[in-house]
Design a protein around this ligand. Structure first.
Ligand code: ATP
Ligand code: MG
Length: 496
């Protein structure tokens, strides 16, 4: 994934412009435009249409970063654009034509919009407007920018900035285009986009913009789950800003309790940890300590203590990991996360309370691996490290988590940990014990693995067959059934 543009370290965003005092809107983009983007602009221009780079791509270029996606606005009608590019896809009624190649460019006909009965989709889209009209329908001044080429070969052009986006970018001020109340009522997603941009660029909210968000925060319930999920993931995936910044802003603006109530209620739940703060602060710090490249793991950090709100009793949170796993699943299901992502987070929340100490036997280490699953170990270590950072806990050097990791690695190298690593399989048992395939075979395989986890040296074909006989004999003795396996030595107990 391309690196998001990161705000400058000092007070201002480092804007890269080639403006002169005689021509303040001049902007040369030498070396900044991929050839594919230039090709799209040139083709449209060559066919007699006006075409400019717009929105987030211009904003990102101005901050010295590389845009994640490229948007072009044009006077050409969608069908005219589509006819100019082989393989172009024109699929929606908003007239966005996607031109393939490297990079992909989204070309949209100048348009204006009116009426948003569902706070999401304009009731009417009108074509054939001007670039200025097109910019006026955009959400924030920093996104209502365009670069209109003057001499494409030399990458020279002019910055079109009718709402003062360049200054707002420099002053780190997020401001809605036009009347904020109206803009946020039109499309509630802008409430979340505001949080994301303010977080990403370290911006303040312009007072009227902020007041409108506060007032309209409850309308975020009308957003589709998918749009909320995607915005949330984008907030968690910012290399330039920790999740806590976005979540604090969401809380402050009244969006957290509306969209993530399970998390919001952790505010005020006391914690006794070396690092002060309630369970919400602790959760935010845990998310911050996880890598931005893995937003779902960050989400696990954010949600790992959800169970604390309802389990606090006598200074303890007994069983909070089970309650928390159910709440995390509830939240993620509501937001339509993929089943595999929900399972990943649930599993981590459920297992995050493991308490290793050096007295664990090798068999205990093997049982731990089995309980957690080999595939989840790295996630769980990462979550524990983040949890430690968030709590102010320092693991003893050479012991604690590092030691557990070493011991786990050692067991993974040698000992069998899964049924498929047993020295025999179900069909061997069917053949050797004259048993029909079915639940008894399944039970036996499970019991054999349990035994091998305790004593890996028993994992030989003969050893396991002998053990299988013992287990069957013990079970039939226990249930008072007939002894069908006369050879089985007695004396061992079947597992419960
Ligand atoms: P990102 O860097 O995350 O891609 P972006 O600003 O480029 O941010 P896009 O979703 O790519 O966001 O949209 C491109 C442009 O379209 C925006 O810069 C903005 O001008 C406009 N836009 C996108 N979504 C909205 C919206 N919900 N309301 C108004 N304008 C929008
Ligand atoms: Mg974009």
């Amino acid at each position: 994934m391309a690196q998001l543009p990161v705000p400058g370290r000092r007070g201002d965003l480092e804007l890269s412009t080639t403006a002169t005092s005689r021509d303040p809107d001049r902007l040369a983009l030498v070396g900044r435009l991929p050839r594919g983007v230039v090709r799209v602009l040139r083709t449209l221009e060559g066919a007699g249409h006006e075409a400019s780079l717009v929105g987030g791509s211009v904003r990102d270029l101005l901050c010295g970063g590389e845009p994640l996606d490229w948007d072009v606005a044009t006077s050409a009608a969608p069908e005219q654009t589509a006819a100019l590019f082989r393989g172009a896809i024109w699929e929606n009624r908003f007239g966005t034509v996607t031109v393939g190649g490297q990079p992909r460019v989204e070309v949209t006909t100048y348009r204006s919009e009116s009426g948003y009965r569902d706070r999401r989709r304009p009731d009417e889209v009108r074509w054939g407007m001007s670039l200025a009209d097109d910019l006026s329908r955009r959400d924030f001044t920093i996104n209502a920018l365009a670069w209109l080429p003057v001499d494409l070969r030399r990458r020279r052009g002019r910055l079109i900035d009718p709402f003062g986006g360049r200054h707002d970018l420099r002053d780190r001020l997020l401001r809605a285009v036009g009347d904020p109340e109206r803009r946020f009522s039109e499309d509630s997603l802008r409430l979340l986009r505001a949080v994301r941009f303010a977080t990403r660029f370290g911006m303040r909210l312009e007072p009227a913009t902020e007041a409108a968000i506060r007032r309209l925060a409850p309308t975020a319930t009308t957003l589709s789950a998918e749009r909320v999920r995607d915005e949330l993931l984008q907030m968690l995936r910012l290399p330039s800003a920790p999740p806590s910044r976005a979540m604090h802003l969401m809380e402050d603006l009244g969006l957290l309790s509306v969209l993530l109530p399970e998390l919001a209620v952790l505010r005020g739940i006391p914690q006794s940890k070396p690092v002060h703060g309630d369970a919400l602060e602790h959760s935010l710090r845990a998310a911050d300590a996880l890598p931005w490249r893995d937003p779902v793991l960050r989400l696990a950090g954010l949600l790992h203590d959800l169970g604390k709100a309802s389990t606090l009793a006598g200074g303890h949170f007994i069983g909070h990991e089970q309650v928390g796993a159910a709440l995390a699943a509830q939240l993620m299901t509501r937001l339509r996360f993929a089943g595999s992502e929900i399972e990943r987070v649930m599993h981590l929340v459920q297992h995050h309370m493991f308490a290793y100490d050096s007295d664990w036997t090798d068999a205990a280490v093997r049982r731990f691996i089995r309980r957690v699953g080999v595939g989840a170990l790295d996630d769980l270590y990462a979550l524990r490290r983040a949890d430690n950072v968030a709590s102010g806990v320092v693991e003893p050097s050479g012991a604690g988590l590092t030691e557990l990791e070493l011991r786990v690695a050692e067991q993974l190298r040698g000992a069998p940990l899964e049924q498929r690593q047993l020295a025999l399989d179900g069909s061997d048992l069917v053949a050797e014990l004259s048993l029909p395939p079915g639940p008894t075979i399944g039970w036996l395989l499970g019991a054999l693995l349990e035994a091998v986890l305790e004593e890996p040296q028993r994992n030989t074909r003969t050893g396991l067959l002998e053990l299988a006989h013992e287990l069957l004999a013990a079970r039939s003795a226990e249930t008072g059934g007939a002894r069908t396996h006369r050879n089985a030595p007695a004396g061992r107990e079947a597992p419960d």
